[in-house]
Design a protein around this ligand. Structure first.
Ligand SMILES: [Zn+2]
Length: 224
């Protein structure tokens, strides 16, 4: 049972009413709804689940077999996903919308669902799943990811074009790569120089020895 405290509660210290509730959605299966007014920017709940590699996620849910994959897997990074089916919070029930009232925010490797605008009580919560299209996407998965969110901004699909690398990030990476390359080059140069110097030193030593030998020979001759 959810706490029943209301705005008009006479209790001097009412329990904070739950922000959301889970029930059947007119959009798709089970949905999550605002149980009271939610302010823009408010953190509503955390998306939890087993933290696994993207590869394992793919193995657990094959698109062709199960259309549940995108409902349960949340991509945290290129290599990490959360499987909401394993110990996941109610966030896994939040449906997709092309014109959402929430967004998924990454904070210290944790995922939170936050309101992007003021939300009225009883409104269904949603965020843009924005699944990136795979490279060389031939459109064969489009039917699986079709969107029926009903918003005027509906793209008709939960998929989005693959993200172009952020120019700032790309520059940072370029700089890093350049530095790495320079370091490598410098190391090699140092090594080569050392090798060269060693060779020269050995040669000089040899020459010195030879000269010394000549000298002793010459002095011996003189003595005779
Ligand atoms: Zn849509």
């Amino acid at each position: 049972m959810k706490p029943t405290a209301t705005k008009n509660s006479l209790s001097p210290n009412p329990l904070k009413k739950e922000l959301y509730e889970v029930r059947e959605s007119p959009v798709h299966g089970t949905g999550v709804f605002a149980a009271q007014k939610i302010k823009k920017g408010e953190r509503i709940l955390q998306y939890t689940g087993e933290r696994i590699s993207a590869k394992e996620g793919d193995q657990r849910y094959n698109d062709e077999i199960s259309d549940r994959a995108f409902v349960l897997l949340f991509t945290v990074s290129k290599n990490t996903v959360l499987d909401g089916a394993v110990g996941g919070s109610d966030a896994k029930y939040i449906n997709h919308s092309c014109d959402p009232n929430c967004e998924a925010v990454l904070d210290k490797k944790r995922v939170y669902i936050e309101a992007v605008r003021d939300i009225e009580a009883d409104e269904e919560l949603n965020y843009d799943y924005a699944f990136e299209r795979d490279k060389g996407d031939d459109g064969s998965r489009d039917a699986l990811y079709a969107c029926h969110c009903g918003s005027s901004k509906c793209r008709g699909t939960m998929l989005v074009a693959a993200k172009k690398p952020n120019s700032k990030e790309a520059l940072k990476k370029m700089k890093k790569d350049f530095r790495k390359e320079m370091k490598k080059d410098l190391k090699k140069l140092k090594k080569d120089l050392q090798k060269d110097a060693k060779k020269k030193l050995a040669k000089a030593k040899k020459e010195l020895k030879k000269a010394a030998k000549k000298q002793t020979k010459a002095s011996k001759k003189k003595k005779k």
